[in-house]
Structures are given as structure tokens and as C-alpha cells.
Design a protein around this ligand. Structure first.
Ligand SMILES: [Zn+2]
Ligand SMILES: [Zn+2]
Length: 399
């Protein structure tokens, strides 16, 4: 066994203890005060200078001892408003809040990776920026970017990972191109003119317009966008009217648009622009007014091909066999996309599902848990990924 693997093994007890401590003390987005203090203390003990960003985010820089590029390693640190239903002795002590997405594991893995990289810094030709990001669940990456997390020194590339219970323990998944979905949320108010259902010609019926709108926007996937570019438009809430014989004044529709291909909020190729066009014209056809509110929650997470290849080879070194490194795409969304849309990046899924241990429950479920045995592999991905990136940077064909 080489020195890094041996060191990770030595630190496994500390790694698990950190994860359990964060698990027992989950905090919601932008309220991760205790978590941020634990991170700061740990990094400062390693001799690193820490900086707060976006309120509860923590950033530290491992300065190069030998010249080289700057790699950002990112972990998210927030928990969810869920009441934990597991019976573990390190269950959430913060009622109604739970680490049900595995960000406790991400935080612990990046801390231990930082310890090893600090110890090994003389062999590292480059700088590492450790970024502990708050509020991933509701887009906390943007405020960090606005506060300059990618600058001073300028970040050349970013690497991140997510424990993933739908994927078996002992496997990792990394692929080039889009891997997680873009997500826009909409609210549409269809305005008509109320009246008696016995004389619809004297009213303007927003119910018929809404029904037509729900159907018409489905042509975006079936007739407007390439069939191989997946798009899902779903309506999750419909409301309007008071009783059976009254035509209501207005109907409200809420839903989400998810897509798995590049395309920012400003792109005409993006389904949301098409949604707005069709919604407006359908309402006009029905003589209705229409107010559309769009919230751009996440842009798609797109892996840089060269970075994804570097991550895949790194995973292969760690997991040994090629068959344990798979590819994966999901419509779930992640604001790591904000970083990887600005600098070349790769996001790796670390399998953490183990049926025998009961850790195959979906993310965001009150019974979510991970197979802790995969944590050392996550540390190895970050540490070896950093070494591989720095040593191969000059020959890396990143976009
Ligand atoms: Zn989540
Ligand atoms: Zn997550």
C-alpha cells in the first residue's frame, strides 16, 4: 500500500467521527454556524488561514510549494428541513433538520483530504482551494461566486463529489457532458373574466385556457427540442374557482421544467423561453391575460470532458477495476453547476447504497443513510484527483 492509502486508513476513525458529528448537528442553508466553526477550527489546526464567504461558507487556500495550477475542491455543508426517522446513536439532535442528502459526509471527506494534502504539500505542484459551500439545496454557490470565490487566486478547475445511494457501494460514476438537470420553476396566472357557467359566452373562461396551456407546452419536448435532449415539464399545483356553477376570474398553475443539456437561462434553446412563448399565445387565443413568474433554480451540471476523464482515471486507480466505474445522469439538480459553468469541472458520484446495511433509501428521505465504508474512497478521489490534476495540468486539454 502506498503512503496516501496508508494515511487514509489511519484517518478513517477520524473521518467517520467527523461525519457523525456533522450528522448529529445538522443546520439549514445559511444557518450552518456550528458547522462553519468546526470546519474553521479543523483547517486552522492544519495551519491554514480560513476566510468566511456567503455568511456561513468557509474557504482556505493551500499555497503551492512548487508552481502549478489552482484546483478548487468543493463540499456542500447544509442539511434539509426533514425530521430524521433513523435510529442511529448519532441521529440528528436538531429536531426537524436532517442531513438527508449526505452533505455531512462531503464535509468530513473534504476536511480529511485537506489534512492529507497539507501533509503532502511538498510533493504537490499547485495550489488547492478548499471550498465549503453553504445552502446547496437552495443555490448557495452564486453568492460565493459573487464574493469572488473563483478569484484571487484564479481557479483553473473544480472537482466535487456526491455520495449517491441509488448507486451501489464500491462503485463510482463519472461521465463527460451533462450529468445533472437544469431546473426552472414556474408560476402562471391565467386571467379571464368570471361569470355564470350557464352563459359562458358572457365570460372569459380561464379554466379552458389553463387546460389547453397544460397540453400545449408538452410540444416543447415532442416537437421543438431534439428527442435525444431530455426535457420534463410537470404541473404540480393547479388552483382556481370556488364552486361548480361559477366561471372563475383566474386559474393559477405551478410546476417545474427540467432539462439535461447545456443552456443557460438566457439561451433561446432553453425550454423555459419556449414555455413562455407558448403559454402567452395559448392565453391570447383564449382571450385571457397571463402573468408568468420563472425562478431559475439550477443550470444543468455539465462535466468538462478532459476533467471527467481525469476523474474517471483517478477513480479507476482507487477502485481498481474498470467495471466499477460507471456513468450516470440524473434529473436531480446541483448548484455545483454554477462553478463548473465558469471553470472546467468534474462532479463524481460515489456509490453509497448497500442493501444489507439498509442504505439504499432515496436522498431527501427521513430514513436516508449512507454506507460509511465508502468514505475513505471519497477522500482518495479528492486527494489523488488533486495530485493527478496538478501533475497533468499542462497536458490536460480542458475547455
Ligand atoms: Zn439534496
Ligand atoms: Zn446533495
Amino acid at each position: 500500500m502506498d503512503r496516501i492509502s496508508a494515511r487514509i486508513q489511519d484517518l478513517t476513525r477520524e473521518l467517520v467521527a467527523l461525519r457523525r458529528d456533522f450528522h448529529a448537528h445538522p443546520e439549514l442553508g445559511f444557518q450552518e454556524y456550528r458547522t462553519a466553526e468546526c470546519i474553521e477550527r479543523y483547517l486552522q489546526d492544519l495551519g491554514l488561514t480560513t476566510k468566511r464567504m456567503a455568511r456561513t461558507g468557509v474557504v482556505a487556500l493551500l499555497q503551492e510549494s512548487r508552481p502549478g495550477p489552482v484546483l478548487m475542491l468543493r463540499a456542500d455543508i447544509d442539511a434539509l428541513p426533514i425530521t430524521e426517522e433513523n435510529s442511529l446513536d448519532y441521529c440528528s439532535q436538531n429536531k426537524g433538520v436532517m442531513h438527508a442528502c449526505g452533505h455531512d459526509a462531503h464535509t468530513a471527506m473534504l476536511l480529511v483530504a485537506a489534512r492529507i494534502l497539507v501533509e503532502e504539500k511538498n510533493d504537490l505542484a499547485g495550489s488547492i482551494k478548499f471550498v465549503f459551500q453553504p445552502n446547496e439545496e437552495i443555490a448557495g454557490a452564486r453568492p460565493m461566486i459573487e464574493e469572488g470565490v473563483l478569484e484571487d487566486p484564479q481557479v483553473d478547475a473544480v472537482l466535487g463529489l456526491h455520495v449517491w445511494t441509488p448507486l451501489e457501494s464500491g462503485k463510482a460514476a463519472v461521465s463527460p457532458g451533462p450529468v445533472m438537470g437544469g431546473l426552472d420553476v414556474f408560476r402562471v396566472i391565467v386571467r379571464g373574466q368570471g361569470g355564470h357557467t350557464g352563459s359562458p359566452h358572457q365570460a372569459v373562461d380561464p379554466v379552458m385556457a389553463a387546460a389547453s396551456l397544460i397540453q400545449s407546452v408538452q410540444i416543447i419536448q415532442t416537437r421543438e427540442i431534439d428527442q435525444f435532449q431530455p426535457t420534463i415539464i410537470m404541473f404540480g399545483k393547479l388552483s382556481g374557482g370556488t364552486r361548480s356553477n361559477i366561471i372563475p376570474d383566474q386559474v393559477e398553475l405551478e410546476g417545474s421544467i427540467r432539462f439535461l443539456y447545456p443552456g443557460g437561462p438566457d439561451s433561446q434553446e432553453q425550454p423555459t423561453e419556449r414555455f413562455k412563448r407558448i403559454a402567452r399565445s395559448v392565453c391570447e387565443t383564449h382571450r385571457c391575460g397571463c402573468d408568468i413568474e420563472i425562478t431559475h433554480e439550477n443550470i444543468p451540471l455539465v462535466n468538462d470532458p478532459a476533467m471527467a476523464e481525469l476523474a474517471r482515471k483517478t477513480a479507476q486507480e482507487i477502485f481498481g477495476s474498470e467495471k466499477d466505474i460507471t456513468t450516470l445522469q440524473t434529473f436531480a439538480s446541483e448548484d455545483f453547476s454554477e462553478f463548473s459553468s465558469r471553470v472546467p469541472g468534474a462532479f463524481i458520484f460515489l456509490g453509497a447504497g448497500n442493501a444489507a446495511k439498509g442504505t439504499t433509501v432515496a436522498h431527501h428521505n427521513p430514513r436516508f443513510d449512507i454506507d460509511e465504508e465508502v468514505l475513505p474512497s471519497g477522500v482518495a478521489l479528492l486527494v489523488r484527483g488533486a495530485f493527478n490534476f496538478c501533475s497533468q495540468f499542462k497536458s490536460l486539454n480542458i475547455l
